[in-house]
Design a protein around this ligand. Structure first.
Ligand code: P5A
Length: 429
């Protein structure tokens, strides 16, 4: 991709409406634009990151044996009246009336829709367990949307729903999601701390929220240092041990009762990027999601739901990975892998080298953004730092005379001069 032909509206000034660094950087780096309060458009660079985050989430859900579906964003009021949540949900629910005066709503979550699908499709215990998920926009009319995509009114969520015959099966589904979540966040370079949580309007008696650590996080988090040493990608993680490790929010933390020795207790600031719930038969009983059990009796299925804030994660990643010059994307979610800075567009040798490197990177499956704009070098360096690509390559006439280009790693600031061959080897190994 050539920057001169791309749609990347960078801002020089920090927009005054943005209070936190991720919101400021998302606007400055041309990732999003606000449409109305808490509602955003995703511009090309931001949308690329959103899709990469979404894809990691999707791969981990598929690996955990879940099946992807897509449910409507607009839902009928009736199913919420059946579950009993229509009145309880209050003003956060955006209520709509269609031309036939039917009550509809923009879904804030999908427990009712999935329970309705289930009850009309699955009749026997032999078809259990099931775990379905989607990646779909939600709407919650938050009183005070703020911090950009971190607390929006319209936001992208990955939501799973599990169906089991009994409590034991349901806990097993819960544990599977618990481990899948730790892996999902780790793949993005994030350590997520699972914390016991309130169930709120979703309901149930067992719930964890997953908080990633960032200095600018919304709430205080206390946790066992063991979380920092665990290899979340390992296949033999001990779920019971993980669940027993100390982790507490501000209101839960009681220094007197905390069992972790002082030198093993860590504290930080957390951002909630996921939340999982087991709510038993709350919806299946209210809505009649029954299966015939082994002895011929009708049984209300045991359910759970599991959410990841996909659009919030883009903001959370920036909160976790940035410096004074801009964003520092971890490689798995970076919009492009490499930024090629052509210091002298129009110079034959520079143009040819850029072209050659681009096609070699492309063949190796590396996504490249070329700054071929007619701009001062300083402006190019600042732009490529701001948008946070993991690797920067500087191509200039002076270096090329000696057969070298310069490589800079965004995260460390480390620079090396090397031959184009060595560069390709290093970044495509
Ligand atoms: C779980 C899946 C649920 O809604 N029902 C389906 C359950 N859980 S939740 O905790 O309310 O939301 C799940 C995750 O969505 C993100 N999130 C938000 N992101 C941006 N803006 C918002 N206003 C917002 N509200 C929730 C969070 O990451 C949350 O963990």
């Amino acid at each position: 991709m050539r920057l001169s032909r791309y749609f990347l509206p960078l801002l020089k000034e920090t927009p005054s409406e943005a209070q936190i660094v991720s919101h400021q950087l998302m606007l400055r780096a041309g990732l999003i634009r606000q449409s109305s309060a808490g509602i955003y458009s995703w511009l090309p660079l931001g949308y690329k990151v959103l899709r990469k985050v979404e894809q990691i989430v999707r791969e981990e859900m598929d690996a955990a044996g879940c099946h992807e579906v897509l449910m409507p964003s607009i839902q009928p009021a009736e199913i919420w009246q059946e579950s009993g949540r229509y009145d309880d949900y209050g003003k956060e629910m955006l209520r709509i009336t269609d031309r036939h005066d039917r009550a509809m709503l923009y879904g804030p979550t999908h427990e009712e829709v999935i329970t309705d699908i289930f009850r009309r499709s699955i009749k026997s215990y032999k078809d259990l367990p099931q775990n379905l998920y989607q990646i779909q926009w939600k709407f919650r009319d938050e009183v005070r949307p703020r911090f950009g995509v971190m607390r929006g009114r319209e936001f992208l969520m990955k939501d799973n729903y599990s169906f089991d015959l009994d409590r034991e099966g349901a806990i097993n589904s819960y544990n599977t999601m618990f481990l899948a979540y730790l892996k999902t966040f780790k793949r993005m370079g994030l350590t997520a701390i699972p914390m016991r949580a309130e169930t709120g309007p979703i309901g149930g008696d067992l719930s964890h929220e997953f908080q990633i650590l960032a200095e600018t996080g919304e709430s205080a988090a206390y946790y066992d240092a063991a979380f920092e040493d665990i290899d979340f990608m390992a296949d033999d993680l001990d779920i019971d041990q993980l669940k027993s490790l100390y982790a507490a929010t501000d209101d839960q933390h009681d220094p007197a009762a905390c069992s972790v020795p002082a030198d093993r207790l860590r504290s930080g600031r957390g951002i909630e990027v996921g939340h999982i719930f087991n709510f038993g038969t709350k919806y299946s009983k209210a809505m009649g999601a029954l299966v015939t059990g082994p002895d011929g009796q009708d049984i209300a299925v045991e359910m759970g739901s599991y959410g990841i804030g996909v659009s919030r994660l883009v903001g959370a990643l920036i909160e976790a990975f940035h410096d004074d010059n801009g964003i520092i994307w971890p490689e798995p979610v970076a919009p492009f892998d490499v930024g090629l800075i052509n210091l002298r567009p129009g110079d034959e040798a520079c143009d040819a080298m850029v072209q050659d490197l681009e096609s070699k990177f492309r063949r190796a499956g590396r996504d490249v953004l070329i700054d071929d704009r007619d701009e001062r070098p300083g402006a190019k360096f600042a732009a490529i730092d701001l948008i946070g690509l993991p690797w920067q390559v500087v191509i200039g006439p002076r270096g090329l005379k000696d057969g070298i280009v310069e490589l800079k790693e965004r995260a460390t600031g480390e620079r090396v001069e090397l031959s184009p061959e060595a560069l390709i080897n290093r970044l495509t190994a």
